[in-house]
Design a protein around this ligand. Structure first.
Ligand code: GRF
Length: 201
C-alpha cells in the first residue's frame, strides 16, 4: 500500500519539486494532488509537469472544501510545502498527526505568525545566531508549534545576507522533507528522524 500524499503550496514550489522527484514510481508514497490557495502559484505548473492533479481552493478557509478534496483523492498525509495560509481547524482535527509542514529555521526559534520568507532569515541574522536550518513538524492549530519530527542544521556564515542564508537552508529543506515523507510511508505514520548536521553550502 502506498501512502497517498497531498501537497499544499502557495508559491514557487521548490519543495514540491523535491518531493515529486523523490517520490517516483517505485516509492512507497506518491503525491496524488497539489492544492493551492493561489491560482497563479508557479508550484501548480510544477505539479502539472509531473502529471499530478493541481487544484485551486476556491475558499482556503473552508474546511469542508478541503476535506471534500482530500477525501476524493483518498489522501493519507498532507504536506504543507510553502503554504502560507492557516489550515482550517476542521482539517487539522480530521487529519490529526497526519499534516506536516517545513519551516526554514530551527523551531521553536524564529517561528510563529508572520515568520515566513525572508523575515525568518533576517531575524536569524539580526539575532547573530551561528547556525540555522530547516524543521519538519506536525501541524496543529497554532503556526509552527506542532511536534518537531526532523531538523537539519546549517552554519550562518560571515557576510551572509537573507538571500544567501535562505538558499543554504532551502538546500537542506529539499533533502529533509522527502526523507520525512519516506519515513512516514515506511512506518505508516509520521515518525521522528535523527537530527542531521550539514557542514556548509
Ligand atoms: C520554504 O523555505 C519553506 O520552508 C517555507 O516557504 C518556502 C517555500 O519555498 N515554508 P518553495 O515554494 O518550496 O520553493
Amino acid at each position: 500500500m502506498t501512502m497517498r500524499v497531498a501537497v499544499a503550496v502557495s508559491g514557487r514550489g521548490s519543495n514540491l519539486e523535491a518531493l515529486l522527484r523523490a517520490l517516483g514510481a517505485d516509492a512507497p508514497a506518491h503525491v496524488v494532488v497539489v492544492l493551492s490557495n493561489r491560482g497563479d502559484a508557479p508550484a501548480l505548473d510544477r505539479a502539472r509537469e509531473h502529471g499530478v492533479t493541481a487544484e485551486v481552493l476556491s475558499d482556503p478557509a473552508n474546511g469542508a472544501e478541503w476535506l471534500d478534496r482530500l477525501a476524493r483523492h483518498r489522501v493519507d498525509l498532507v504536506v504543507l510545502a510553502g503554504y502560507l495560509k492557516l489550515v482550517p481547524a476542521a482539517v487539522i482535527a480530521h487529519y490529526r498527526d497526519r499534516i506536516l509542514n517545513v519551516h526554514p529555521a530551527l523551531l521553536p526559534a524564529f517561528g510563529g505568525r508572520g515568520m515566513y520568507g525572508h523575515r525568518v532569515h533576517e531575524a536569524v541574522l539580526a539575532s547573530r545566531a551561528r547556525e540555522s536550518g530547516a524543521t519538519v513538524h506536525l501541524v496543529d492549530e497554532v503556526y509552527d508549534r506542532g511536534r518537531i519530527l526532523a531538523q537539519a542544521r546549517v552554519p550562518v556564515l560571515p557576510g551572509d545576507s537573507a538571500e544567501t542564508l535562505a538558499a543554504r537552508v532551502l538546500g537542506v529543506e529539499h533533502r529533509l522533507l522527502p526523507a520525512v515523507v519516506l519515513a512516514a510511508a515506511a512506518a505508516g505514520r509520521p515518525v521522528p528522524l535523527p537530527e542531521t548536521v550539514e557542514s556548509s553550502s
